[in-house]
Design a protein around this ligand. Structure first.
Ligand code: LLP
Length: 421
């Protein structure tokens, strides 16, 4: 459930009309609903209630400072994957002991920044990384708390580009080698092994792959404890999927997922961490765009809008579906049309939808892409020298620009021309 609804035939974000925001910031823009973000975060918190747990928001899905502060103030931890995300979390007031550091390629510099600034744990993904972390921490007179990410070789049944738990993926250490790697970790002076980490992929719409992976983690916990390791924390990753199409597919709810966690690892007495991104932010955001032209092609109509693949790359990159709805609701029974919905960018990949049956719209009309809060703004670029689009946060009847649109001059002035030219 989200808070983007039609009231009297006009699309609102909570109590603010989309048109009012467009009048203020121009199009295209992203808009997020605070109530939806908080609702989704709380669903996870409730799903794990009664267990010692921390819900760490995967900042990679949406990393605006205002959103991080909103969730951080509500008690969320953060899952970060770079120095930039770490610094963003700290700048938004999230304490280091609520930040977990994931990723296969953490540099020594990034490790130092996080160790000096305060960190809950590193999720280590390889032996060379573990050795480097131990050296860096020991050099600072510290022991870095770590979990080791295991790759359970489970098929997450999701898009190949976002599956991470199969043996051919670059993530984690093969679970068969885990005991040897934990034994090695125990010999290092700069790390303190506290748990196990796993993350098998994103946009999972079936709970069974989670069940298979977490069952393997449970077995491994027992084995590692027998080997003498004090396994007291399990980071179970993110990945729970969302409905991208209304009225279609009903992915499992956070409460179902919480029950699965209880069933698979609840008996171990470990502290539980999860790292959801998309389920918290995805349906909490819209991308709003204006129709520029409707163009008649040889055998189809192109709906040309002012957002491009640089603003929302998911359809071009993953063939992702986003529902596209008019900002002025169509009366029931009104004519519908079939469009290829495209942006202004100079490549054919700049296509948001092919043969999409949707409300009939025309030049000047606003349309909204639903489920665009996750992996939307964060993956955008200035390709074709299109300035990054604004982000807006709504709370009830208020809205605020949380990232302004840069001017063309600001965009151009970031480049510098060598003196010899
Ligand atoms: N934890 C780790 C270690 C991850 O790699 C990810 C996502 C998450 C948590 C959060 O997963 P979520 O709950 O959001 O599914 N750009 C792609 C998605 C990439 C996901 C990368 N890792 C997309 O637009 O679909």
């Amino acid at each position: 459930m989200d808070h983007f609804t039609y009231k009297d035939g006009v699309l609102h974000a909570e109590d603010v009309t989309i048109q009012a925001i467009a009048d203020c910031v121009g199009t295209p823009f992203y808009v997020y609903s605070s109530a939806t973000l908080l609702r989704h975060f709380n669903l996870f918190n409730d799903a794990l209630s009664g267990m010692d747990h921390l819900v760490c928001f995967a900042m990679k899905s949406l990393s605006n400072q205002a959103v991080i502060q909103l969730l951080g103030d509500a008690g969320a931890g953060m899952d970060v994957v770079s120095e930039g995300e770490y610094r963003r979390a700290r700048a938004a007031g999230v304490p280091g002991d609520r930040i977990v550091f994931s990723g296969v390629g953490k540099t020594r510099h990034e490790m130092r920044v996080a160790l000096e600034g305060g960190i809950r744990q590193f999720n280590v993904e390889s032996e060379p990384e573990m050795d480097a972390l131990s050296e860096v921490a020991a050099g600072l007179g510290l022991r870095a708390p770590i979990t080791i990410r295991v790759n359970p070789d489970v098929d997450a049944k999701t898009h190949a580009k976002i599956a991470t738990g199969k043996s051919e993926n670059k993530f984690g250490i093969p679970i068969d080698r885990a005991r040897a790697v934990y034994a090695h970790a125990a010999t290092l002076s700069g790390v303190d092994v506290i748990g196990i980490d796993v993350h098998i992929g994103s946009q999972l719409t079936d709970l069974e792959p989670f069940r298979a992976a977490y069952a393997k983690v449970a077995d491994l916990t027992v084995q590692l404890r027998a080997d003498g390791h004090d396994i007291r924390r399990l980071d179970l990753g993110g990945g729970l999927g969302i409905p991208y199409s209304l009225g279609n597919a009903n992915p499992p709810l956070p409460s179902d997922y919480g029950q699965l966690i209880r069933d698979t690892v609840g008996h171990l007495g470990c502290e539980i961490e999860i790292e959801p991104g998309r389920l918290i932010s995805g349906n909490a955001g819209l991308l709003v765009s204006e129709v520029i032209y409707v163009k008649q092609g040889a055998d189809r109509q192109f709906l040309i809008i002012d957002a491009g693949m640089n603003d929302l790359i998911r359809p071009a990159m993953y063939d992702a579906h986003h529902d596209i709805v008019p900002v002025i609701e169509q009366p029931t029974g009104a004519d519908r049309a079939t469009y290829d919905v495209v942006g202004p960018i100079c490549e054919s990949g700049d296509t948001f939808a092919k043969g999409r049956q949707m409300a009939q719209v025309g030049p000047g009309d606003l349309v909204a892409f639903r489920s665009a809060g996750a992996y939307g703004a964060v993956m955008s670029s200035e390709y074709n020298s299109r300035p990054m689009i604004p982000e807006v946060l709504v709370q009830r009847d208020q809205f605020a620009v949380i990232r302004p649109r840069p001017t063309f001059d600001e965009m151009i002035a970031r480049d510098t021309v060598p003196a010899w030219l």
